[in-house]
Write a protein that binds this ligand. Structure first.
Ligand code: FES
Ligand SMILES: [Fe+2]
Length: 376
């Protein structure tokens, strides 16, 4: 399989081919990916706005390793192993919340929010045990454009440097100011790479989203871009709907004065490798953080956020949130059905590597990323 990934990676971009189908169904490939991609890369664990105050936290399991990220008193966000030092119980199971300290559900060992052990009941008389000597293992954390990332690898190269080229594009939108109104989680019966590739390419819009995305941003307006070491992306123009004016999907409201020219009607889809997917436009932000849950299953943490200028156009926010969520849920379902069909087909003995369309040619960079990291 690795040599077939290498074959896809080494072709000229204009002659790009899909990944070998076996890479979506092989347990051995997943073992390698967990170690080399998810074990070493940067995983999006949430958004800073989920942790507005000190003692707010979010949790995420990164390929079987529970991680908790906590807003500190000084405003910074630090992440720790979410596993007790006593007998390894998972500490916090809620996805997000606020708490003064971390108390283990099993025997109540209690940790401060900086990870140090504060108390261990009935352990005082033990020789050679001193709470001061214990602290949860800290996990590398970076904040980028309002997203919180963690890496299990203490030696992972800094994330921001790998995303500098993407920052030049995405910095325009001021995503960190967008307000999230949907957080949820679901599981698709498809390999995580299928969901990544689907999210990034616009070739399927006319077929899979004929009534949702296609009228807003037609397939032929999708523009693959050249990515960088840590990411791949495309941009897409959106059209103004005369009936909706500045409420048209993908269009900057008049109150938005920071986007200029074509950027006022341009959105973008990106993948921050390995598995953080971001779709941003002047009005909305849609993101997914993927975790493999077996070779043919993917757990997806999703969020949907709105630009403050767009929200200001609405009087009834709850209704606006509900109606917008219905639209995105529909798109999501359309993608899910398509992706699960690819998973089924990839297991066929007759499945092979196919030529990529010019509208999805940037996916070639994904093959290059996989080839580079899996061989490392
Ligand atoms: S496992 Fe956490 S206190 Fe015992
Ligand atoms: Fe789609």
């Amino acid at each position: 399989v690795l040599s077939d990934i290498q074959y896809a990676a080494q072709r000229p971009r204009e002659e790009a081919m899909s990944l070998p189908p076996l890479s979506y169904v092989s347990d051995d490939v997943l073992v390698l990916e967990k170690e080399k991609l998810f074990g070493r890369g940067w995983m999006c664990v949430g958004r800073t706005e989920e942790m507005p105050h000190p003692n707010c936290f979010i949790t995420q399991d990164v390929v079987g390793t529970p991680v908790i990220s906590i807003r500190q008193k000084d405003g910074t966000i630090r992440s720790f192993s979410n596993v007790c030092l006593h007998r390894s119980s998972k500490l916090v199971s809620e996805l997000r919340g606020q708490m003064p300290r971390v108390v283990c559900p099993y025997h109540a060992w209690t940790y401060r929010n900086d990870g140090t052990l504060l108390a261990a009941p009935h352990m005082q008389q033990l020789t050679g045990f001193c709470v001061q000597n214990h602290a949860l293992r800290e996990i590398r954390t970076e904040v980028w454009e309002g997203f919180v990332y963690a890496s299990l690898d203490a030696d992972a190269p800094p994330l921001a440097a790998a995303l500098q080229g993407l920052k030049d594009v995405y910095g325009r939108y001021r995503m960190a100011e967008y307000i999230t109104f949907v957080h949820d989680e679901e599981t698709w019966n498809a390999n995580w790479k299928i969901a990544v590739e689907n999210f990034i390419e616009g070739y399927h819009l006319f077929r899979i989203h004929p009534e949702t995305f296609e009228p807003v941003s037609p397939t032929l307006w999708q523009a693959p871009q050249v990515g960088g070491r840590g990411y791949m992306y495309q941009t897409a123009r959106c059209r103004v709907n005369p009936e909706r004016g500045e409420r048209s999907f993908g269009i900057a409201p008049q109150a938005n004065t920071h986007l200029e020219g074509e950027w006022r009607s341009t959105g973008s889809n990106a993948c921050v490798f390995p598995a953080h997917l971001i779709q941003v436009s002047p009005d909305f932000l849609w993101y997914m953080s993927l975790q493999p849950d077996g070779v043919g299953r993917t757990r997806i943490r999703r969020g949907l956020a709105v630009a403050p200028e767009r929200l200001a156009l609405e009087v009834d926010h709850d209704r606006f949130f509900a109606e917008t969520k219905i639209l995105f849920d529909q798109v999501n379902l359309e993608d899910r059905v398509a992706n699960e069909a690819v998973q089924t087909g990839a297991a066929s003995r007759f499945a092979g590597q196919g030529r990529l369309c010019s509208l999805e040619v940037h996916m070639h960079e994904f093959a290059q990323y996989l080839n580079r990291e899996l061989a490392a």
